[in-house]
Design a protein around this ligand. Structure first.
Ligand SMILES: CC(C)(COP(=O)(O)OP(=O)(O)OC[C@H]1O[C@@H](n2cnc3c(N)ncnc32)[C@H](O)[C@@H]1OP(=O)(O)O)[C@@H](O)C(=O)NCCC(=O)NCCS
Length: 249
């Protein structure tokens, strides 16, 4: 039984499984070959599922990340997972950090219909419909989004074109409609989303940013579970920074 009052009591039970999963990172040569079949549209989703299975799922697969980068120009850091990793969920040019958690039903919209013109219908702004040589409003590619490390986005959140960046460690609440940039460690929610609170005080944020622990793999992080499971005080954040910058990988 895990004692929930003492999170450290869970570590011995879980560390081994995590190490095993972390050991799966890397590219499978078979995935590299199979991915060529993803060019065939009707095979694509099955091929991608197979590649994910070969390489330990979304959190770990490097070939899946290569595919997103090559075909969508979307770069995703390791150990991030969830709805936003589906091809097409993020506009070209977008960047996502490591260790992000994305719920289901998240929508990222990159442009508004031109409501100031006589008509807002896409015949008059979307070249894909055939009447124009090029789009007459900013394209999705011209407004990519940057999502930091260890960001958590809850179910059903909608991120609109006014939000171009979500800072490290930020939280977007379930059902939020985000219209502006989200600062590091902010918890935002509501329609339109407003800051509900900050996760940590300024000094703690500074130490966590300076620690940049997200550059390390989970097997390295699990060497110091006390740093990740204990209450976050300024001293603990300082210890995290020192350890993260000195740890030998
Ligand atoms: C944002 C969130 C993390 C906050 O959790 P919490 O700190 O326990 O928040 P509380 O329930 O104590 O609420 C704190 C305040 O935020 C408000 N709030 C909480 N969630 C909100 C939401 N989704 N939208 C708007 N306001 C919200 C509460 O009404 C409360 O406001 P008040 O202080 O004026 O009463 C949580 O509500 C949430 O949205 N989680 C996402 C769950 C999810 O989608 N999981 C998917 C798995 S990846």
């Amino acid at each position: 039984m895990v004692d929930t009052a003492d999170p450290l009591s869970a570590v011995k039970l879980n560390a081994e499984a995590l190490m095993k999963a972390a050991g799966r990172r890397g590219r499978s040569p078979l995935a590299h070959v199979v991915l060529r079949l993803a060019r065939v549209r009707w095979l694509r989703s099955r091929v991608l599922k197979f590649v994910l299975r070969l390489e330990g799922g979304e959190m770990f697969s490097l070939s899946y990340r290569d595919h997103l980068a090559r075909t969508m120009d979307v770069e995703v850091g390791l150990y991030s997972y969830g709805g936003l990793l589906k091809p097409g969920a993020l506009p070209p040019g977008s960047r996502v950090g490591a260790y992000c958690s994305f719920g289901t039903g998240i929508t990222v919209r990159r442009r508004n219909h031109p409501i100031e013109r006589a008509t807002q219908h896409p015949f008059f702004y979307n070249a894909a419909l055939g009447a124009l040589y090029r789009d007459t409003i900013e394209t999705d590619r011209e407004n990519p989004i940057s999502i930091g490390h260890d960001v958590w986005i809850g179910d059903g959140a909608t991120i609109l074109s006014g939000c171009r960046s979500v800072g490290n460690g930020a939280v977007i609440a379930a059902g939020a409609v985000v219209t502006k940039d989200v600062q590091p460690f902010e918890v935002v929610g509501g329609v339109p989303a407003k800051m509900l609170r900050l996760r940590f005080s300024g000094p703690i944020q500074t130490h966590i940013e300076a620690a940049a622990w997200w550059r390390h793999s989970p097997d390295i992080l699990m060497r110091r579970p006390d740093l990740f499971l204990s209450e976050m005080t300024v001293e603990a954040a300082q210890a995290l920074e020192t350890w993260s910058n000195e740890v030998r990988v």
